[in-house]
Ligand binder design. Structure first.
Ligand code: IMP
Length: 424
């Protein structure tokens, strides 16, 4: 069974732990979109590992971990991540990078930082890792791909087209320093060395040979940050949805058997953008504190709120989810009451939205319609069987399944691999 792991909310749902668990049965793991904007924390062998781009399956030491064509790679960040793993004694011989992946150049990071720092209106709250500008150049056919680093002729020709226009924009629009061709060529030489041990020129053969193997597709960010379906424009610049696994990996849809959407028992978001169930009171603070809700990549405190079944049903639809892995339900162990948003109400005219309204500019007028569930008032972090969960926790899970119309196949009750309940 080939599986895709997708973030079902705004990222940071605990995908890394679920991917890490499912990777045990996979032979090939493919990261299909995004870049080092992602931050995945995995606790294994009593150690905490932080990943940004490299599939966490690398920890197993015997898997092919492929970074696909749909990703964008900041070479220095990739190098740092690989070196840290090597220093920890992790075998990285299975790591492969698609020659078609896009390169984040220093000017992409500079433009991202400039846009964020100088935005008077329309700030996105990006991770400033150059993600948006790299994808912009890719789609504008102005980008550099890893394969260009090993083809001096192509690189030369491309830079002659890219640089004059790029420099004009850097100087005139952003007031930033231009880049000489010599400087970019020197950078590319350095990047070629960084990627040399990992670039997979025979990726077609590798995908062909992997057809009969178990494949795990690893998404980053989440459905609500998808550039086509998320809370646009407050999104990332790629397709975290299940469908993104095809374009980003090089496999067709028939290669996918299951799409597992990872969701927290509550919702968090970093950066700007609408968030109807956001809690700006002490309940939100309590969730943040107990759930340790601070960004892995930027350290920013995450915005916290109640579970939102409106966006989740939408994520089931557009994300193509076949089941849900619910994480961090143990964060509610000390809560007397737990709320779930089942609809939105427009405060202007009382209109009820059961489906997700995609025009985010009306979200400021929306308030959540909640139902309230009783807490279970006990520590569930040691429970390993579904039937042993307190009755109120089971009721809560059953209600979420009813609302989402897909099964909750995995329940996570803590960060460790062992703190997981598999169902069926
Ligand atoms: P970018 O991907 O850096 O361009 O940021 C765009 C939006 O996506 C911002 O709101 C970021 O906070 C958010 N974002 C990007 N990557 C992640 C992630 O891994 N987890 C959560 N939010 C993310």
């Amino acid at each position: 069974m080939n599986k895709v792991v997708v973030g079902a909310q705004w990222g940071d749902e605990g995908k890394a732990k679920i991917t890490d668990l499912l990777a045990a049965d996979a032979e090939v793991i493919i990261r299909y979109q995004g870049g080092c904007n992602a931050g995945h924390t995995v606790v294994a062998n009593n150690k905490t590992y932080k990943f940004h781009l490299i599939p966490s399956g690398i920890l197993y030491g015997n898997k092919t971990c492929f970074i696909g064509a749909g990703t964008v790679i900041l070479p220095e960040s990739f190098e740092k991540e690989v070196n840290e793993l090597i220093e920890e004694g992790i075998d990285v011989s299975g790591l492969k990078v698609s020659p078609l992946a896009s390169i984040t150049m220093p000017y992409h990071t500079e433009v991202d930082g400039y846009s964020e720092d100088n935005a008077k209106k329309g700030k996105i709250g990006t991770t400033k890792k150059g993600i948006g500008p790299t994808y912009t150049d890719k789609v504008a056919r102005f980008g550099l791909k890893i394969e260009d680093l090993y083809s001096p002729e192509a690189l030369n020709e491309k830079l002659d087209v890219i640089l004059p226009l790029k420099n004009k924009t850097l100087e005139k629009v952003y007031g930033l320093q231009p880049y000489s061709k010599e400087c970019v060529l020197a950078l590319c030489e350095k990047y070629a060395e960084i990627f040399r041990p990992y670039v997979c020129f025979d990726w077609q053969e590798m995908l062909e040979n992997s057809r009969k193997k178990q494949i795990l597709f690893e998404g980053a960010q989440g459905v609500m940050l998808d550039v086509d379906y998320g809370t646009y424009p407050f999104v990332t610049s790629s397709n975290p949805i299940g469908g993104g696994a095809c374009t980003g990996s090089g496999y067709g849809p028939k290669m996918i058997d299951e799409v597992i959407g990872v969701a927290k028992a509550y919702v968090t978001r970093v950066g700007e953008g609408p968030f109807v169930t956001e809690l700006t009171d002490e309940t939100g603070d309590k969730i943040r504190e107990i759930g340790h809700e601070f960004g892995v990549t930027t350290g920013r405190p995450r915005r916290c709120g109640w579970f939102d079944a409106v966006t989740m049903r939408y994520a089931v639809l557009v994300g193509g989810l076949t089941s849900v892995a619910l994480t961090k339900i143990d964060v509610f162990d000390s809560f007397d009451e737990i709320k779930v948003c089942t609809a939105y109400k427009d405060t202007r005219d009382g209109k009820i939205y059961k489906s997700y309204p995609t025009n985010v500019y009306i979200h400021k007028y929306l308030e959540p319609v909640y139902e309230t569930h009783k807490g279970w008032g006990e520590d569930i972090t040691g429970i390993r069987e579904y039937n042993k969960l307190p009755e109120n926790a089971k009721k809560y899970l059953a209600r979420l399944e009813e609302l989402l119309e897909v099964p909750i196949s995995i329940v996570s009750v803590g960060p460790d691999r062992e703190q997981t309940i598999f169902r069926g």
